[in-house]
Write a protein that binds this ligand. Sequence first.
Ligand SMILES: Nc1ncnc2c1ncn2[C@@H]1O[C@H](COP(=O)(O)OP(=O)(O)OP(=O)(O)O)[C@@H](O)[C@H]1O
Ligand SMILES: [Mg+2]
Length: 230
Amino acid sequence: MEKIVFDKLEELDYGVTEALRTLKTNIQFCGDDIKTILLTSSIPSEGKSTVTLNLARSMAASGQKVIYVDCDIRKSVIVGRLGAHTENRKKIFGLSHYLSGQKRLEEVCYSTEVDGMDMIFAGPSVPNPTEILGNHYFEEMLETLRNTYDIVLLDTPPLGSVIDAAVIAPKADGAILVVEQGKVSRRFIKAVKKQLENSGVKILGAVLNKIEVKKQGYYKKYYGNAYEYR
Ligand SMILES: Nc1ncnc2c1ncn2[C@@H]1O[C@H](COP(=O)(O)OP(=O)(O)OP(=O)(O)O)[C@@H](O)[C@H]1O
Ligand SMILES: [Mg+2]
């Protein structure tokens, strides 16, 4: 497996590390049959990718073998955002190469400089994302990854905008809804939650993201089951 290094991986501060630890513990209490976890949100930019990646780092730091899978094959931003490259700067292949049958799974799995965290990047965007996410390759991938890793984290596009997460959801063991504080109406969040439920996936909980510290108590009460992540 080729190794990825990151030129732009940000350090996690104490507050974030603590919040991630809580989230990780809450996930563990969901049961050890929960291995493939999808993260989605209602609208773009609520922080799905940030939370998913940092959760993966946190899990890896505590000794779990984890893989982050970027299922947002509509736009691939992670490589650029992290300044990710192989040591000899070879081309990086991703999920869309695998799902379209151009590459085998082992050719799109990368180890990383973060010990215990492997990654599958999105790859170039495709004209028919929903269709290829629904094909047999995706299921086969999850089956293989489930047998290889302790936890598989699936970063997806926002369910309030595109259907992709609902296509993937029935194949995952659980789903987490990332909610940016004060950004989306309760009604819309509920509708998206309902859509997730209808897909048949078990909803593990929500992560309230970008919360202001002074409002923590209030929001914790407001969303009884929410995990916090700042
Ligand atoms: N807890 C946080 N505190 C401050 N900024 C954050 C936090 N979480 C995410 N962000 C910032 O918000 C922006 C959107 O985050 P991110 O890309 O993770 O969201 P996303 O839900 O994956 O977006 P998209 O729908 O485009 O995939 C980024 O600039 C990110 O750095
Ligand atoms: Mg994202």
